[in-house]
Design a protein around this ligand. Structure first.
Ligand SMILES: Nc1ncnc2c1ncn2[C@@H]1O[C@H](COP(=O)(O)OP(=O)(O)O)[C@@H](O)[C@H]1O
Ligand SMILES: CC(=O)N[C@@H](CCC(=O)OP(=O)(O)O)C(=O)O
Length: 297
């Protein structure tokens, strides 16, 4: 039994070798969603995976979310927030909380965890190095009748990425450092904007010409209508799955950001279950992977 276990361990280690060789020197952007930051064991496992990637010569760039953590602090302050089309309506007070939680608490927790495991993480928001430029977005909803003018819904300080200056992240990633990015952008007016973390991760992957974009969430991947895990999906498959209603809700913006990244030159996107310990390593370094793999063609 003992011998078999040792054999299995050796098998797993050698299975990783071709992947380490293939991805050496390549950039991998990992989006660490707030729902995947569940307990200390998982968080430490994630941090170790990132440190290991860096040590074997891969350039990991972490973009994190923190939606549930923002919600918790707002609740403690007696504030509620509303989501429209998956985006948090963000008034000036809420923006202060978003900046405190994403740029402060969550960002520094991840930086600290990576550093505890021997990495050299540096936390950034889009304001650092004037890195993520944002513009305000609002949503247009069709009127009840054709004759009605469309209704414009103001989301407050919610933004989208207008451009990215990757120089600060490139400089850090090309040395010993591991950039850890909070999804806050800065407008031409100098104001902060709250941006969906998937959107930021997709754009960062595109601009850095990343080999992979990995989106850690709280579901095994994209599921079909019977709940089976789908993988090896192409851009056309995604369009069909959205059209027939298989992909809905929060998975729509996630897959849209994935398809944009693929069209922008990222080789593959992986949607994986962040609730599985060492999910990043399992997806990256094993033949079968664990989640949904999306490819351009
Ligand atoms: N076909 C699908 N496969 C998997 N999840 C889906 C699908 N369609 C809708 N969803 C929903 O999308 C959710 C993931 O999106 P979201 O909650 O926004 O993730 P995150 O908070 O990690 O960014 C899943 O938990 C699930 O409820
Ligand atoms: C505009 C908008 O909705 N921004 C998000 C930013 C954080 C995020 O995206 O976090 P997760 O990835 O953990 O959901 C928010 O305020 O919750």
């Amino acid at each position: 039994m003992k011998e078999k276990t040792a054999h299995q361990i050796a098998h797993v280690l050698t299975e990783a070798l071709p992947y380490i060789q293939k991805f050496k020197g390549k950039t991998v952007v990992i989006k660490y969603g707030g729902n995947a930051m569940i307990d200390d064991k998982l968080k430490h496992g994630f941090a170790r995976d990132i440190v290991l990637m860096k040590l074997v010569g891969i350039n990991p760039i972490v973009v994190h979310g923190g939606g549930p953590q923002i919600g918790d602090l707002l609740k403690r302050l007696g504030k509620t927030s509303e989501f429209i089309d998956g985006m948090r309506v963000t008034d000036a007070e809420t923006m202060d909380v978003v900046e405190m939680v994403l740029g402060g608490l969550v960002n520094k927790e991840i930086v600290n965890l990576i550093n505890q495991h021997g990495g050299k993480a540096v936390g950034l928001t889009g304001k650092d190095g004037n890195f993520i430029h944002a513009r305000k977005i609002s949503i247009t909803k069709a009127g009840a009748n054709l004759a009605d003018a469309p209704e414009i819904i103001d989301l407050g300080h919610v933004g989208e990425v207008s451009s990215i200056d990757p120089s600060v992240v490139e400089m850090l990633g090309s040395s010993d450092f591991i950039p850890v990015i909070a999804p806050i952008g800065v407008g031409k007016d100098g104001h902060s904007y709250n941006i969906n973390a998937d959107l930021v991760a997709g754009k960062v992957a595109e601009v850095l010409k990343a080999e992979k974009l990995m989106l850690l969430t709280n579901i095994p991947g994209i599921l079909d209508k019977e709940g089976n895990l789908l993988t090896g999906l192409t851009l056309t498959d995604i369009d069909n799955l959205i059209a027939d209603g298989t992909i809905s809700g929060g998975m729509i913006p996630k897959t849209r950001c994935a398809t944009d990244a693929l069209k922008g030159g990222v080789t593959s996107v992986h949607i994986i279950d962040g609730r599985i310990e060492h999910s990043v390593l399992l997806e990256l370094f094993t033949d079968q992977g664990i989640g949904t793999l999306l490819l351009r063609r």
